[in-house]
Design a protein around this ligand. Sequence first.
Ligand code: SDX
Length: 435
Amino acid sequence: MMDSPATGQHTATLTLDGKSLELPVLSGTMGPDVIDIRKLYSELGVFTFDPGYTATGSCASTITFIDGDKGELYYRGYPIDQLAERSHYLEVCYLLLYGELPNAAQMEDFENRVTRHTMLHEQMQYFYRGFRRDAHPMAIVCGVVGAMSAFYHDSTDINDPWQREVASIRMIAKLPTICAWAFKYSIGQPFIYPRNDLDYASNFLHMCFAVPSEPYDVDPILARAMDRIFTLHADHEQNASTSTVRLAGSSQANPFACIAAGVACLWGPAHGGANQAALEMLREIGTPDRIPEFIARAKDRNDPFRLMGFGHRVYKSYDPRAKVMQETAREVLDLLGIDNNPTLQVARELERIALEDEYFIDHQLYPNVDFYSGIILEAIGFPTSMFTPIFALARTVGWIAQWKEMLEDPATRIGRPRQLYVGAKARDYVEVENR
Ligand code: SDX
């Protein structure tokens, strides 16, 4: 159970039309204080106005913290670079879900529980057959995750802690299978079943790249890179898809419906879809000599083009995940003997030029998590259409941790924002013959 946010010793005074209201200022453990405006409407009859939620805290959370100015990211207080280097994804899942790093016995039990839930109900295969082969894998993943509520009725009661736990383990365990099968379906290959003798990342790669006609050994270098990518994408405060999951969960929708809503929101190119868009942009640029043309377009206010994988609402310095991702891309390409990868060359030159450009400096635009991830995923063998499903797979644990925290928070109420109405004033209906 989460402690209520610290109520600061100080207040903010808001004066409107001669009436003053003292508003409590709440302090957390890291980051800015917040002004508690929950009495604003009842006391002063006005709403706040913050389209895009640029300065609005939607909840108190103990899970993840981002310091956008310093470019720092913490999962339960642990820095992301330490976790990426020294931990592994299932341990990070345990940390995000339960708040502490597991001891050896806890880790073994958690790993066993996840491993034994990786298979899908056999009938779920028929969902795949209903999609066109050229359907985007995100469309399939979104549909199949939502369909889990049609198969796992014994873990849909959100008021039962045990059912919440079972649904959480099922989704963490089954997303790799769901995503791998979406990939297999799109390339016309048979589904490969999960294997309990493989670790989480190796199992996913095996389901994606093995075929029934011959043995397939997962390259440990690629498995380690895949696992690190999962860790880097696991959670990220109240981003658009996590806020979607929380809002869906606040209506008491079942867990599978809430996570399917998160998958749908993540798909957008402004959010998780940027990893696919960034690699496609790097391929379109093609060679370093074309970079100035694209930089000019990104700066042209009349051109909707943006540098994909660049910029962030919170990071006003380098995204720490992008740093680890760039290092991993270099390692993987070196270990695979891929010299002079043209996409990585363009990416690094584009970053160098952009970070020296006045526009990007003034706008505090830096590479984000999506800028380099596609280079690694391409080197592992994935088509760009699988980049965002992999992001969704990795972020499922973050969505679930935030969803559980919301349900366990006594302050939680259904999310229902208000608005500034600027439409027609009240008027009477006019019959069609009089219009
Ligand atoms: C993710 O929130 C999260 O935590 C998300 C995420 C997570 O882990 O969950 O980190 C994952 O979604 C990363 C972001 C992936 N998206 C992209 O890479 C798409 C390209 N970037 C953007 O479209 C943009 O930067 C956003 C969406 C990421 C952030 O948008 P904001 O904060 O609303 O900023 P904005 O669109 O208002 O831009 C502010 C200014 C504008 O210029 P002005 O009109 O003020 O002169 O910066 C410019 C924008 O034109 N700008 C860019 C730019 N991003 C912002 N200009 C060129 N290229 C860009 N990429």
